[in-house]
Each structure stands twice: as structure tokens, then as C-alpha cells.
Design a protein around this ligand. Structure first.
Ligand code: HEM
Ligand SMILES: *[C@@H]1O[C@H](CO)[C@@H](O)[C@H](O)[C@H]1NC(C)=O
Ligand SMILES: *[C@@H]1O[C@H](CO)[C@@H](O)[C@H](O)[C@H]1NC(C)=O
Ligand SMILES: *[C@@H]1O[C@H](CO)[C@@H](O)[C@H](O)[C@H]1NC(C)=O
Ligand SMILES: *[C@@H]1O[C@H](CO)[C@@H](O)[C@H](O)[C@H]1NC(C)=O
Length: 334
């Protein structure tokens, strides 16, 4: 029968329609700057007001909120998955290695969400709140602001296993680090630029102590760590360090979003292996980028506004996918 070797006309029509729909409505549905212009026009000022209040008692909150946007986007896209608590159906990303006893700011996200819900109920996603909070946080800490693209929806799932593997560890090799960004569509410029977020915030001893003791396997510390910084970090974090101790990511201007991250790297004062690798890996393509951002803060800021938008575009849920959560900690039907 002819039908087995040729396509029936209804099939051809269906394929054509599907192709047309695909062209008109790409899978990678676009986020837009004016997504809430009609439905929640004050969303930006609400976000900014809550964060500004929180800053009065927690000078670190802006750094913590920016990091949440990163940890959200690197695990199944920017979909609010990092905010879900454990439940019978959710294995929380909060218990994944990069987040456990480390990710913070969830209470402030709850406050932002509650303030928004009271003005525009069931309208603004938790994933968009993290993107908006990143913009407000960087700006309130002295950095740039950017055109935040919006329209993300919230996931019905979390992926703890993916959080363990997708989010780079501070001990990652240069090759692994670049590849973990590359698979998400982020290039070397994005890597160097976004790492500049380590210009503020705090870290625990466990994130860098392997550099301090027997790093070389014949007793020596990481040779790309400056002598004064090594001594200071060893004093703060002895081999049997207190797991609660924290230190500044940027020893020069700990709470400011500026370009000192890059000048620190040039002085061998990067805190994590993954920071210092960007400058100390011989011949790496990242080295000239570090140098240019160290020399020119406005070049860093300009690049940051591009790279943070690139990160925010990682596979969002849009249209009728996912949902607008009422409470960022749980899916609606649970
Ligand atoms: C390039 C790979 C990255 C690695 C390996 C990395 C690793 C880390 C680690 C280990 C900490 C400290 C955790 C602790 O000890 O509790 C940290 C903190 C932080 N990270 Fe990253 N990070 C990376 C990229 C990024 C990006 C892309 C951003 C945002 C755009 C970011 C923003 C931050 C901030 C702001 C903090 C301080 C958070 C706070 O004080 O609460 N990081 N990062
Ligand atoms: C980004 O931050 C700037 C500075 O606070 C603010 O004027 C702007 O409204 C923010 N954008 C959005 C979309 O929230
Ligand atoms: C993720 O890592 C944490 C901490 O190492 C571990 O307890 C947890 O079982 C891991 N989760 C998955 C799903 O692999
Ligand atoms: C790099 O990635 C490989 C493959 O995932 C892994 O086995 C290795 O431990 C990673 N290296 C570092 C230094 O993290
Ligand atoms: C350093 O590590 C190596 C390899 O793990 C080990 O053989 C050596 O005994 C260690 N040296 C010191 C001083 O701890």
C-alpha cells in the first residue's frame, strides 16, 4: 500500500502546522522587560524596599540574594527550584552540597513574596523575584543595575542531585569550571564576569582550607596564595577549624560591589581555587579579561549587566509551563 511509504495529507498538514507553530513560538520563549507592567507595576520598588530594610540589620543579605539567583539558574534553569523546602514529594536543593549550611536569604525572599502577594496576588513568580532581587542587591551594594527580563514561571520540582553536580565546587579545575558554564550557554567572558560577584559576601573555612595545608602533597600550601593572605587564613581556619567561622570573599571592601575582586586576583589574593585559577592558569583566555576588569570598573559593570542577563535566560519555564507559586517554599498543590 502506498500509505506505508508516503505521508498522508493530514500528517503533512499537521507537520506543517507544527513547524509553523515552532517558528512563531520558539521553545525558548522570550522573557520581556515589561512583563508585569500592567499586572504588578510596583514590583521593582517592593523588592527594593524589602531588601533595603533587610540591609539595615544584615549587611551580607545582598550577596546572599545574588548567589540564590545563581544557584537557582544553574539547576534546571531559573525556575525557583532552589527555594523549595523538603516535602514528601520534594528533595530540597537546600540540602545539596553547595547550599547546605551555606545558601541563605530565604527569609527575606519570603518577605518579598508576601509583600508582592498583598499587592498583586498570584502574579509574580519566585524565579522572577530572585532575578529582581539580584538587580536590586547589586545596585544597593554600589554596583550596576540592568534591564531585568521577566516572565519566568516556577517549577513543580527540585533536583538535588543536579544541584550537587551542576553548581561548580570551589575546588573545580579550570577545565571543569569552564565546561560547567559552557554547557549552560555561558562563555569564558561570562565566567570571569559573573565570578566578579565574589567581590562581596562571606565564605566558610571548608570552602578554602584545602589550599592552606598540604595542598602540594609534600606539605606546602597552594603556591598561588599570597603569603600575607595565607597567614591570615591559617590563623582564622586551623586544620581543626570551627565550621561556623566565616570570612570576607573580598578582604579589601567586603560589602561593596566593585572591581576589587580582579585586583585581588592580580595580587594572588583570590579566596577560592576557582577564583585564583582565572588569573593564575598559565596562558588561560581568562587572564586578559581579569586584567581588563581590574583596570576598568565600568568595563566590568557593563559586562556584568550582559552576563547576568545571559545567566537569567537559562531555560526558564514560560507560558503555561510550571506555575506561579503562592509560597516560594512549596508547590501550590501540596
Ligand atoms: C565560578 C564558579 C563559582 C564557584 C566555584 C563559587 C563558589 C562559592 C563558594 C564556595 C562560596 C562560599 C560558600 C560557603 O563557604 O558558605 C560562594 C559564595 C558566594 N558566591 Fe559563588 N561561586 C561561583 C560563582 C558565583 C556566581 C556566578 C555568583 C553570582 C553571580 C556567585 C555569588 C556568590 C556570592 C555573592 C557569595 C557570597 C554569599 C553570601 O555571603 O551569602 N558565585 N561561592
Ligand atoms: C533594577 O534596579 C534599578 C536600581 O535600583 C531600578 O531602578 C530598576 O527599577 C530595577 N529594575 C527592575 C526591573 O526591577
Ligand atoms: C547531594 O550531596 C549531599 C551532600 O554531599 C548528599 O547528602 C546528598 O545525598 C546528595 N544528593 C543527591 C541526590 O545526590
Ligand atoms: C572534573 O570533572 C571530572 C568529571 O566529572 C571529575 O571526575 C573530576 O573530579 C573533576 N575535577 C575536579 C578538580 O573537580
Ligand atoms: C601530604 O599529603 C601526602 C599525600 O596525601 C602525604 O603522603 C603526606 O604525608 C602529607 N604530608 C603532610 C605533612 O601532611
Amino acid at each position: 500500500m502506498a500509505r506505508s511509504s508516503t505521508l498522508s495529507s493530514p500528517t503533512v498538514v499537521a507537520l506543517f502546522a507544527a513547524a509553523l507553530l515552532f517558528l512563531l513560538h520558539p521553545l525558548n520563549a522570550e522573557l520581556t522587560a515589561d512583563f508585569y507592567a500592567k499586572t504588578c507595576p510596583d514590583v521593582s520598588s517592593i523588592v527594593q524596599t524589602v531588601i533595603h530594610e533587610a540591609l539595615q540589620y544584615d549587611p551580607r543579605i545582598t550577596a546572599s540574594l545574588l548567589r540564590l539567583h545563581f544557584h537557582d539558574c544553574f539547576v534546571q534553569g531559573c525556575d525557583g527550584s532552589v527555594l523549595l523546602d523538603n516535602s514528601p514529594t520534594i528533595k530540597s536543593e537546600k540540602d545539596a552540597a553547595p547550599n547546605f549550611n551555606s545558601a541563605r536569604g530565604f527569609g527575606v525572599v519570603d518577605k518579598i513574596k508576601a509583600a508582592i502577594e498583598s499587592t498583586c496576588p498570584e502574579t509574580v513568580s519566585c524565579a522572577d523575584i530572585l532575578a529582581l532581587a539580584a538587580n536590586a542587591s547589586v545596585y544597593l551594594s554600589g554596583g550596576p543595575y540592568w534591564t531585568v527580563l521577566l516572565g519566568r514561571r516556577d517549577s513543580l520540582t527540585a533536583n538535588q542531585g543536579l544541584a550537587n553536580t551542576s553548581i561548580p565546587s570551589p575546588f573545580e579545575s579550570y577545565a571543569n569550571l569552564t565546561s560547567k558554564f559552557y554547557v549552560l550557554g555561558l562563555d569564558i567572558t561570562d565566567l570571569v564576569t559573573l565570578s566578579g560577584a565574589h567581590t562581596f559576601g562571606r565564605a566558610h573555612c571548608k570552602s578554602f582550607t584545602p589550599r592552606l595545608y598540604n595542598f602540594t602533597k609534600n606539605g606546602g600550601p597552594d603556591p598561588t596564595l599570597s603569603p600575607w593572605y595565607l597567614t591570615a587564613l591559617q590563623k582564622l581556619c586551623p586544620p581543626n577549624f570551627n565550621p561556623k567561622v566565616i570570612t570576607d570573599l573580598d578582604p579589601t571592601t567586603p560589602n561593596l560591589f566593585d572591581n576589587h575582586y580582579y585586583s585581588n586576583l592580580q595580587k594572588n589574593d583570590g579566596l577560592f581555587e576557582t577564583d585564583q585559577e582565572l588569573y593564575s592558569t598559565a596562558g588561560a583566555a581568562t587572564v586578559p579579561i581579569v586584567n581588563s576588569f581590574s583596570a576598568d570598573q565600568s568595563a566590568f559593570f557593563k559586562s556584568f549587566t550582559r552576563s547576568i542577563v545571559n545567566m537569567g535566560n537559562i531555560s526558564p519555564l514560560t507560558g503555561s509551563n510550571g506555575e506561579i507559586r503562592c509560597n516560594c517554599r512549596k508547590v501550590n498543590k501540596s
